[in-house]
Design a protein around this ligand. Structure first.
Ligand code: SAM
Length: 302
């Protein structure tokens, strides 16, 4: 592969192709970007930056400070392997093993959903709701995955007692490791989320980003999602995209303390139906939009 393009591989590390070796980090980066573009990767420039930075064991900012530096053979080998994985549709977060959420880095692996920026809206709404509370709130995160919501809430609302539940033992292992590295205190439960919600004292806040993708739409998903993220984190159970909203709305009044709140993330076309289901439980239920203007979070009170 050359900086001018027209070839097929990522920055070459093969000593038999010495002529093709990039002269410096900047050239390697250009070749990496061009390679991913040719492979049809949507955010080729960003992904190339992140993967080359990962190969060089620096962050993206420091990568840009190294553009004139030569590239070591082992750095080339590492970069090549990472870029090939990305070209084969593996998400960057699984390749680097991390994704940022609400300004903190969360470890991820193929057993957990990669945290999404739109889920940060739940944290904003939770913080607003709990801002003037004098008593320490009890919070439950249903379907915690990487623990991104539970851990962020534990750190942002320092007085809170946070419990998090998931049916996936693998997810809980990742979540526990994230809590340790981010120094957050959360009680982890491996059981069904609806069961956990009804156990023990009522909650001040229940948050949930449930699996809400229609299984019938599996083939229309991006391969990054369909072929790499865990099915149990993506697809709505019982072929019913409203299973979680219906079940959570029905339980809300019994599980929440008076004045408590439930926040449920929705798929991008689920707002109107979710609002209707929510209003059967709470006439004042509303749906909040994310930064892209998509109805994203169902807000239910008790
Ligand atoms: C869409 S992911 C959300 C992960 C994380 N909260 C986030 O926002 O990135 C849904 C999670 O719910 C979990 N899950 C699925 N069914 C469940 C159930 N019945 N009870 C508890 N968790 C469940 C999955 O294992 C998965 O980790």
């Amino acid at each position: 592969m050359s900086a001018q393009g027209g070839d097929t591989g990522p920055p070459s590390a093969s000593s038999s192709q010495t002529a093709e070796r990039p002269r410096n980090v900047g050239e390697m980066l250009e070749r990496a970007r061009a390679f991913l573009e040719r492979k049809g990767v949507e955010e080729a420039r960003l992904d190339a930056d992140l993967l080359v930075a990962h190969a060089l064991e620096v962050d993206r900012l420091h990568l840009l400070l190294r553009l004139e530096e030569p590239v070591a053979e082992e750095e080339l080998v590492r970069a090549r392997s990472l870029l090939q994985r990305r070209a084969a549709t593996e998400p960057v977060a699984y390749i680097t093993g991390a994704r940022e959420f609400y300004g903190r880095s969360f470890g991820v692996c193929s057993g957990v959903l990669i945290p999404r920026p739109e889920t940060e809206l739940i944290v904003d709404l939770a913080r607003d709701h709990l801002a003037d509370r004098e008593q320490a709130p009890r919070i439950l995160d249903i379907g915690t995955g990487s623990g991104c919501l539970a851990i962020t809430l534990a750190l942002e609302v320092s007085s809170a007692t946070v419990h998090a539940v998931d049916v996936s033992g693998e997810a809980l292992e990742v979540a526990r490791a994230n809590a340790t590295s981010l120094d957050a205190e959360v009680t982890w439960l491996e059981q069904d989320g609806l069961q956990a919600a009804g156990d023990g004292a009522p909650w001040d806040l229940i948050v949930c980003n449930p699996p809400y993708v229609n299984p019938a739409e599996r083939e229309s998903l991006a391969p990054e999602v369909r072929d790499h993220e865990p099915a149990g984190a993506l697809f709505a159970p019982e072929d019913d995209v409203h299973y979680w909203v219906r079940s959570l709305a029905q339980g809300a009044r019994g599980w929440l303390r008076s004045g408590g709140l439930m926040l449920v993330e929705l798929g991008h076309e689920q707002g109107p139906a979710a609002l209707e289901l929510g209003r059967q439980a709470d006439p004042e239920a509303r749906v909040e939009q994310d930064l892209a203007g998509i109805p994203r979070v169902l807000v239910l009170g008790a």
